[in-house]
Write a protein that binds this ligand. Structure first.
Ligand code: FAD
Length: 356
């Protein structure tokens, strides 16, 4: 079949299909349309489309907004707040635990328009991005500088940086690089009242700190409260936060106050937005630190008769400081061998365990 013979697909607009807003959210949809430049979709089709994500959960939102910029996010949050409806930011919805589905909420899909790499500073090894940029697209932009964004979830060809911040994601190379919070230096976020906060490293008790906490506005209150929570509960936080490489449950109260490279005690609210699953605000920009792409890589393949044997060898493998340790079971090899996508020139996968 030539491209000209391909079956034509039709959009609902072309077919002139009427897609009315859900009756119970008509006023909210109209209000959003009057305040937001991006598309507002409150019809049944959009609601069903956004009722699922990568998880087993499902719940129909009130509708979806596709913000074009920070102004749109602010306007959407304000409108939803006025109507008493929750807001749920969403990247590509590849979450596995239902993070991006919620009943009767306004979903803000930032992956459609807010997906730019705003700047790259190769010398400082920093990049400033919008939340909807897909991680692999960011790495493509960074490749010319020999740099990359270190956390690499297996879904990185679809997953957004904003979603990675929401989930504190990481991937196969976490044994070397750790998780997203270590690479999120600052975020600009829209709070529940529509105000914007620039969360970044602030030296405690510096003139900048005194200035930040002196007002009676929302930002000052947040800085004062977070410091008090962390300092008043320091012993509990120390005792109860598990010392795990991939600790991604709950708010990062153990990582929000720390000593920076200059030896100063700092508070960085950006670390709190990481892993918050969108509950503290909508991230509209993020400043990321980057790592150098290694010039050489190598792969070692070890075969084991069963899973427990393989797992017993992980501590031994870690002694050699690998950048990744991955486990593949016989099912993966079988599927790869059978798949048309596996090139015929690819290496022969082991079909049977080797004698020990
Ligand atoms: C096949 C597969 C493999 C996977 N492998 C991994 C893996 O190796 N490691 C891993 O960590 N995860 C993995 N995941 C889970 C998921 O893909 C990652 O956590 C990914 O980083 C989520 O990105 P996303 O753009 O889909 O985010 P979403 O699922 O859209 O959102 C994730 C969270 O972030 C919040 N969020 C999104 N955007 C914003 C924003 N702008 N501001 C504030 N909060 C926001 C959302 O509300 C949600 O709570 C995998 C998923 C699949 C389907």
């Amino acid at each position: 079949m030539t491209p000209d013979d391909s079956p034509r697909t039709w959009s609902a607009q072309e077919l002139d299909v009427e897609r009315p807003d859900a009756a119970e959210y008509r006023d909210l949809a109209a209000d959003l349309r009057s305040r937001v430049d991006g598309r507002v979709a409150f019809d049944e089709y959009a609601r069903v489309l956004y009722a699922t994500d990568g998880s087993i959960y499902g719940a129909q939102p009130a509708g979806v907004v596709f913000p074009t910029d920070t102004g749109d996010v602010r306007a959407a949050v304000e409108a939803a707040t006025d109507h008493g409806v929750p807001v749920l930011p969403r990247g590509t919805g590849s979450s596995l635990a239902g993070q991006t589905v919620g009943p009767g909420c306004v979903v803000l899909d930032v992956s459609r328009h807010m997906d730019d790499v705003l700047s790259v500073d190769p010398d400082a090894e920093r990049a400033r991005v919008q939340p909807g940029v897909v991680q692999d697209d960011l790495d493509d932009r960074l490749a010319e500088h020999g740099l990359k964004f270190a956390p690499d979830p297996a879904s990185s060809n679809r997953a957004t940086v904003g979603g990675g911040i929401g989930n504190n994601s990481t991937g196969a190379h976490s044994v070397r690089y750790g998780i997203t919070d270590a690479y999120t230096e600052a975020v600009t976020a829209v709070l529940s009242d529509g105000s914007v906060i620039e969360a970044r490293e602030v030296v405690l008790d510096s003139p900048e700190w005194d200035d930040l906490v002196s007002g009676d506005g929302r930002e000052a209150e947040i800085y004062r409260t977070v410091r008090a929570v962390v300092e008043d509960n320091a012993d509990e936080i120390e005792a109860r936060y598990p010392d795990l490489k991939r600790c991604v449950s709950g708010y990062n109260l153990d990582r929000v106050v720390y000593e920076n490279d200059a030896g100063e005690r700092v508070l960085n609210l950006a670390k709190l937005f990481v892993g918050a699953e969108g509950t503290l605000g909508v991230v509209v920009e993020a400043e990321l630190s980057l790592v150098t792409v290694p010039e050489e890589t190598a792969l070692a393949l070890y075969c084991f008769e069963d899973l427990v044997d393989a797992m017993r060898m992980v501590p031994v493998a870690l002694e050699y400081e690998p950048s990744a340790v991955e486990l593949m079971d016989d099912e993966v090899f079988r599927l790869a061998a059978e798949s048309d996508a596996t090139p015929s020139t690819s290496i022969r996968f082991p079909t049977a365990p080797r004698p020990r």
